[in-house]
Design a protein around this ligand. Sequence first.
Ligand code: GLC
Ligand code: CA
Length: 557
Amino acid sequence: MPAPSAIEQLAAADPASWWRQAVVYQIYPRSFADSNADGIGDLPGITARADYLADLGVDAVWLSPFYPSELADGGYDVADYRNVDPRLGTLEDFDEMIAALHARAIKVVVDIVPNHTSDQHEWFQEALAAGRGSAARERYIFRDGLGEYGDEPPADWESVFGGPAWHRVADGQWYFHSFAKEQPDLNWDHPDVHEDFLKTLRFWSDRGVDGFRIDVAHMLTKDLSEPLPSAAELAEIPVDGNHPLLDRDDVHEIYAEWRKVFDSYDPPRSAVAEAWVHFDRVPHYASAESLGQAFNFDLLQADFAAPQFREIVSHNLRLAERSGSSSTWVLSNHDVFRHATRYGLVRHDHETSAPWRHVGGWLEAGAAESQLDRKAGERRARAATLFLLGLPGSAYLYQGEELGLHEVAEIPAEQRQDPTYFRTNAESFGRDGCRVPLPWAASGPSFGFGEGGAHLPQPAWFAEHSVASGNDDPESTLNLYRRALQERARLQTGGDLEWVETGRDDVLSFRRPNGWTVITNFGAEPYETDTSAAVLSSAVSVDGLVPGDTTIWLADA
Ligand code: GLC
Ligand code: CA
């Protein structure tokens, strides 16, 4: 038996805290691996790749929704919270998957979508059939329309995905949907809603799930007392805990109920909030009385630039301290343009817009290949990843980033799926480009994703980013991730970091309590320093130098 790694020792000392320093790999199940040749990834596909995940060295996987869904929003429109979409498998397949992952010491986190159901959910179908004034409509947010004939929406609000937030049903009433019209918002004043989610949390916990990722955790509770404010008035209301729609203080009453369920298991089930809120309010979600941990999305919105990275890290470590949680770090997920592409665009107007705006603008302007320096983007992405993996806290990785994948720009309009594309009249390209099925092989049908094609088209350049190509190349991004996760498991400790001054604005260095040191050169000019204790580098390097766009880890042998 090899000696337990630092991370195993931490977990053994406190099994309830396994998530605090975990590396969590996000799987978008429909695009991971297809076992039955229907072009859609599925749960047996994940089971078949359990060894891949173990070799990669992740501590946990988080599965985006795999529940029955008509896929109006990539599965975030859930028709049945306690089942598996028949296209993705069965509950037995789920049990086999979790057993295969647990056998490899990989924990399983599932996604809970409590703000809205699918319009195919039996409750919503019942509400439509039962008609106005019925008890079934009380579980959602139905209102009569304005105007003499009630044919104007109850308010002129816009949905998060664009277009109106109220939709009219056949009998003339309107319902509220924060996202697509196929995603009616639930009424969290209704006791059935509370009870049903407690049941769902127990259902998956009983099946062995280790934790939950909570979708738009800041949106569930609402104050829709009339008269409803106009969109213009709504925009003026401060988000201070009493806003009609967002980040209300009373949402934590729900999480206090959930906390009792989480803590009734041994070890307690973990949770992480997806809460797009002002940073000052993040600690509410991350506190032990609420969900326990919250995503920090600051790096998604930052340039590859030392001052921004330093500020974000310091700030979020302070926030985590305030909540008693650990920080989270994310460079990519299923909602944003991949970080290799964010960092690879040639023309940046850093002053005027965030990096994902650059990518959006580049896509809209036709995605000219001459504007994307693919190699530079991949190199910076590797450097940023090693920087992130050196930090205290949990690292959330998104499937395909370990292959150095770029955003896929070449998806024809008729093959796009994301509702944001359609609801903005194709003004926003949406998120399909980071959800293209993974390339496992350098050739063959759908690059080894499955025998029956891929539900989103894969570009020719996927060949050189495939798992097979990565395996064969010792210098590949894939092999770097494997080495990095192995080293991280050895070196990771709780605790803080200490910045080391480098004398350069574009070079960051920090030291962990056990002497592990991370140096990232965000600039072009090589940085001279003693590298004799180097254990890992994101790019080929020479003794005594950290090249441009490179991260190096130093540690005692
Ligand atoms: C979250 C999910 C996103 C989804 C939205 C609505 O932001 O990450 O993918 O579209 O919620 O459920
Ligand atoms: Ca399939």
